[in-house]
Design a protein around this ligand. Structure first.
Ligand code: SF4
Ligand code: SF4
Ligand code: SF4
Length: 335
């Protein structure tokens, strides 16, 4: 067998679930141990950043980055790992297209600090002290990362070779990728083409076993408002399911649990804006598209406003990579 490869894993702005997903691959973790020496993994091991800084260019075979670029430390480590790694992988919805932390782009740093350090009932902070990036103490200067105003994804700041989507990615996708790396290392096999998404190119609907009908909806329900029948398409039952706009590959986890898809695998290659794609599908199912000339703006608004929390529904996992990217506010009169 060839020498072991060197593997690095890092969490940026994240919930930690992606690191747990790597640990959650059961006995397959033994394959990883046989294949790779882990040289950096802050959540699990005690390597230091200076250990990585001391490495040669491309000394790490593969770096797996989960989470968003939320602060200056995330940016520094993304650049450092890129410099030291042959392969850079965006792992999980956050790293690939922003995920849940990407929804912070509806606000900004100033508003977040106001909310967290002044306006909460549990905070006693009359001088409105906010996190400082430097603090002088008798022992020297302590530094903390700077929180950025806008959430961006790892490929917005460094070159990325592969994407493994999902919140978190499922074991089958992790194993598909590790198998490809293993074949590359042990047998000299070709890796997937650069930029590949390690998942199906189909939509979730293409792989969903539920019976679909060409049905027009008159009413939209939230999942708790009806008893979802378990063999018929959930969208046909009036509950928003993002299957038509979402990449397949998760083995239909939520659908099999009789819950609608929220879109965590992100858009397919054919679609840039996942939320826009779902909105287009929905206007067709709600019979707006073909009646556009008959309906007034008020009629359309009334039909569409049945969807509660449109931003969270259509862009829950993809806002930083959508056409919206972030909300902007005009500065006028100090507001
Ligand atoms: S993709 Fe999901 S599980 Fe992974 S870090 Fe982001 S929120 Fe957590
Ligand atoms: S909309 Fe949802 S339930 Fe219906 S076919 Fe697509 S994935 Fe399945
Ligand atoms: S069904 Fe949708 S939300 Fe659930 S795991 Fe699959 S892609 Fe993610």
């Amino acid at each position: 067998m060839a020498d072991k490869i060197k593997l690095a894993l890092y969490w940026g702005g994240t919930c930690g679930g992606c690191d747990v997903a790597v640990l959650d691959i059961d006995e397959n973790i033994l394959d990883v141990a046989a294949l790779a020496d882990v040289v950096f993994w802050p959540i699990a091991m005690d390597h230091k950043v200076k250990d990585v800084e001391a490495m040669e260019e491309n000394e790490i075979t593969c770096s797996i980055y989960n989470g968003v670029i939320r602060n200056s430390e995330n940016l520094h480590i993304a650049k450092l790992l890129r410099e030291k790694s042959l392969l850079m992988v965006a792992f999980g919805s956050c790293a690939c297209f922003g995920g849940i932390p990407g929804l912070a782009n509806v606000t900004n740093r100033e508003e977040i600090f106001e909310k967290v350090y002044r306006d909460t009932a549990s905070t006693d902070n009359p001088d409105f002290v906010t996190p400082q990036t430097e603090l002088d103490v008798p022992e020297g200067t302590v530094t903390l990362p700077e929180l950025f105003d806008t959430v961006v994804c790892v490929d917005d700041v460094v070159d990325v070779d592969y994407y493994i989507p999902g919140c978190p990615p499922t074991t089958n996708l992790i194993m598909d990728f590790l198998a490809a790396v293993k074949a590359f290392v042990n047998e000299g096999a070709d890796l997937p083409p650069k930029g590949a998404v390690i998942a199906s190119d189909k939509t979730l609907c293409d792989e969903c076993p539920r019976e679909k009908k060409d049905k027009m909806l008159t009413k939209v329900y939230r999942p708790h408002e009806i008893v979802i029948e378990d063999e018929t398409c959930i969208l046909d039952q009036g509950v928003i399911c993002l299957g038509p706009a979402t990449r397949a590959g998760c083995e239909a986890k939520c659908i099999n649990a009789n819950m609608p898809c929220r879109g965590c695998m992100g858009p397919t290659a054919a679609v840039y804006d996942q939320g826009g794609s779902m909105l287009a599908a929905l206007t067709s199912i709600l019979n707006i598209t073909d009646r556009e000339h008959e309906l007034s703006e008020e009629d359309i608004f009334e039909i569409v406003s049945q969807v509660k929390d449109p931003l969270g529904t259509f862009y829950r996992f993809s806002m930083p990579k959508s056409l919206l990217k972030r909300s902007v506010r005009e500065k006028s009169g100090g507001s």
